[in-house]
Structures are given as structure tokens and as C-alpha cells.
Design a protein around this ligand. Structure first.
Ligand code: PLP
Length: 399
């Protein structure tokens, strides 16, 4: 390739030119630690009885980690099923060669989507007789049984059959010849709240409702139907929530949703958010920094400009509330976080240079910053922090 610049002809053949030539770690990136995921699944599985299965919840691109990598390591750790939210997420995993059973946790309501789900060997979640009938017809058309899970609402008021009507409807569903009921499940709304072990808590009442319902439909006698209720919090509360399978997301990624968790569990964060220092400047005392000029330096200050901003998924309302780690020391972020960059006060460091890497989430030495810390500061939940990271941040798998 030749490029004419001013009067010179430059030969670029030997030089990096294309998008693929860009170093993934040139700006900001997410490191995904496969072995941490695998080890978290093993540790969590050790809390389950032998015949209780572990469904790895890998929706939203594996909570922002990369669903393909997460699935691979979760399966290595012993996950026997995967949970996704959408048809597309399920198909993508199948295209990567994932063979394990996959449950779509969201609702498919058109015949078209249900046919696609069937043809890709994905199990839909069914919340009404109408969709059950569509599945039965699809099964009949292909001369096969359509595998699916039935969902019952016990307190989320989201998806699921109404629990009062389910007993009657289950009788009807059992008579459909071309569906195979692989599971019956419900979802906990408040298991991460501090009072979840209190018999009067929402969580205990949900469990009670679910158990009563199962008794009424006499499902225990049919061991082929998997019963499941617990998310991470439910799973960590106690065995009473485990039934035949648990559906685990957050804790598999290394974070406990409970305020009090068994210290011996030692979950390891699987996501590290790292960023390069792109520029350094020194400002005098009394100088405004970033949009709105809300931060004013109280002394001569050395600023590192980091190549990451809210367009990468760092919430803007964390401005001035987060820190970056470099060589086991913490440096405060100052001024408004901008679309593509943010500033960090590195006055205390002689070592940080342009091109150095700082850690925004994860650990270095004995310093750790977790999505739980960010969530607390930005009045949200760690799930949202993890799912907010955009595709502009390359996911780099490390072990
Ligand atoms: C139906 C269902 N089951 C399980 C999970 C996993 O939850 P957690 O990440 O708290 O483990 C989710 C996540 O939102 C969900 O929607």
C-alpha cells in the first residue's frame, strides 16, 4: 500500500494499518479470568448436594464478561446447564459449539421465535397455556417433543403462570403429547435482603408458596421434572432453596449478593477493568477540571488522563467517587467523567507515565475495587454495573 502525503510517497506495507493491527490493550479493556470463573463454580457447587445441578446464568453476554468464555469455564467448573435471556443469545452459544441444555429465561411469544428455539435445541420458559399450545403444535408438526420449562409466579409479578391458576392449568398441560416438561421454576425477588432468613420475609413466603404448589401438583413423584427457584442469593442462603437445580449468575462472576457471606467461600472476581494513561498534565492551584468545572485543584496537581469514559460504560454519576489502582496505591478520580476520558489525581506518584496501566475494577496487591463499591456510590446494583460495559471495551481472556 502506498500513501501520498504532501510531496512524499510513504510505503506502509511493513507497518500496522488495519483495525486488526490495533493492540487490544492500547486504550481500555476488560480482562476476563476464565480460571476464576471455573474455580467459583467449583466452590459454589461444593455447597450443593450431589444431585443438585448448577445452571450458569450467562445472559447479557455473560454479565458483560463474554458469554462464550464464561460458558466454557463454567462448564469446566461443573455447570450442567446454561441460562440466557434471549433467543439470539442462545443461538450464539450453539454457534460456538455449546452442547449443554440452554434455557431461555425471557419470554418467547411468537410461533416464529418458538420454532427457531426448537430448531436450535433451546428450551423456552413458558408462562401461559397459549404458548404451551404453540409449542405442542410445533412438536406435533415435527413429530417430536418440544422441551420446555414452566414458570410460576410466586411474587415477582413478572413472568410465570399465576400460582392460583397453575394447578388447574398444569393438568391440561400434562395432557399435551408433544411437549416435554423439563422443569418447573420460579424466581426470588428479594433474596439478597438482610432479613431473608426471617420466616416472615418475602423470600421465605415465596419459597413456601412454591413448595405448597409443588405439593398440590404432586410433582415430586416425577423426578424427570427439574424444580428450581434459587438465584445466587437464594443458593447462598441455605439448602432449602436448592431443589434440583440452582440458577447462578452474580456469585459465579465472583461477587456475593449477600451482606454476610461465608468467608471461606473466597469467590474470585473474574472481571478486571484496566485502562492506559493517555496523557499527563500538571495544573496550578485553583484550576477547574473537566465539564462544568466542578472540581477545582486545591494545590498544584498532576493529572493523568485515562482513556475511558461513560461511552465505555463507566457511569457518569461516579464522577469524583471512584479510584484507580497503580502498583498497590489508590489514586482519586477528579472532575466529571467525560464520554471517552476521565482524569485521575496522580500528584502522589513519580512513577506513573504515559502508557502505564491503571486498574479501575479488580485487584492489585492488597487493593481491590469491586462493582459492588461502584454500585454503592452510584445508587445502583452490581448487576447493572457489570452489564453496562460497552462493546468498545475489548474483552481479553487471561488465565
Ligand atoms: C430468572 C433468573 N434466574 C437466575 C438469575 C441469576 O441471578 P443472580 O445473578 O442473582 O445469581 C437471574 C438474573 O437476573 C434471573 O433472571
Amino acid at each position: 500500500m502506498q500513501i501520498r502525503q504532501t510531496n512524499q510517497v510513504l510505503n506502509f506495507d511493513k507497518h500496522p494499518t488495519f483495525e486488526k493491527d490495533i493492540d487490544l490493550k492500547q486504550r481500555a479493556w476488560i480482562e476476563v479470568k476464565g480460571r476464576a470463573l471455573e474455580s467459583n463454580v467449583r466452590k459454589l457447587r461444593s455447597k450443593l448436594s450431589k444431585d443438585c445441578q448448577f445452571m450458569a446464568v450467562v445472559k447479557a453476554d455473560g454479565y458483560g464478561h463474554d458469554a462464550k468464555v464464561v460458558s466454557e469455564y463454567a462448564i469446566k467448573g461443573g455447570a450442567s446447564q446454561l441460562g440466557v435471556a434471549t433467543l439470539k443469545e442462545g443461538i450464539k452459544l450453539r454457534s460456538h459449539g455449546v452442547k449443554k441444555p440452554i434455557l431461555i429465561l425471557g419470554n418467547l411469544y411468537t410461533k416464529r421465535d418458538l420454532i427457531i428455539s426448537f430448531k436450535n435445541d433451546l428450551m423456552p420458559t413458558i408462562s401461559s397455556i397459549r404458548e404451551c399450545l404453540i409449542c405442542n403444535n410445533i412438536g406435533k408438526h415435527f413429530g417430536l417433543k418440544f422441551s420446555l420449562h414452566l414458570k410460576v409466579d410466586t411474587g415477582m409479578s413478572r413472568l410465570g403462570f399465576e400460582s392460583d391458576k397453575f394447578i388447574q392449568e398444569f393438568e391440561k398441560i400434562k395432557s399435551f403429547d408433544n411437549i416435554s416438561i423439563e422443569g418447573i421454576y420460579s424466581h426470588l425477588s428479594s433474596a439478597d435482603e438482610d432479613n431473608s432468613l426471617d420466616p416472615k420475609s418475602i423470600t421465605q413466603l415465596q419459597k413456601l408458596k412454591f413448595k405448597k404448589l409443588l405439593k398440590k401438583i404432586n410433582v415430586d413423584s416425577n423426578h424427570n421434572i427439574k424444580i428450581h427457584l434459587a438465584n445466587s442469593a437464594g443458593m447462598l442462603l441455605n439448602k432449602d432453596f436448592h431443589f434440583h437445580m440452582v440458577r447462578v449468575g452474580l456469585s459465579m462472576y465472583g461477587y456475593s449478593p449477600l451482606a454476610k457471606t461465608d468467608k471461606n467461600l473466597c469467590l474470585k472476581p473474574a472481571l478486571f477493568l484496566k485502562v492506559k494513561v493517555a496523557f499527563i498534565r500538571v495544573i496550578d492551584q485553583g484550576v477547574r477540571v473537566s465539564y462544568g468545572g466542578k472540581f477545582v485543584s486545591s494545590r498544584k496537581t498532576k493529572l493523568a488522563v485515562l482513556s475511558i469514559g461513560y461511552a465505555d460504560g463507566v457511569p457518569r454519576n461516579l464522577s469524583g467517587k471512584i479510584k484507580a489502582i497503580f502498583k498497590n496505591k489508590l489514586y482519586p478520580q477528579v472532575g466529571s467523567i467525560t464520554m471517552d476520558q476521565m482524569m485521575v489525581d496522580i500528584t502522589a506518584s513519580d512513577e506513573i507515565k504515559v502508557g502505564c496501566t491503571m486498574v479501575l475494577l479488580g485487584s492489585e496487591g492488597d487493593k481491590t475495587i469491586s462493582p459492588i463499591d461502584w454500585a454503592r456510590e452510584s445508587d445502583t446494583i452490581p448487576w447493572e454495573i457489570l452489564c453496562s460495559f460497552k462493546n468498545r471495551l475489548p474483552r481479553v481472556q487471561v488465565d
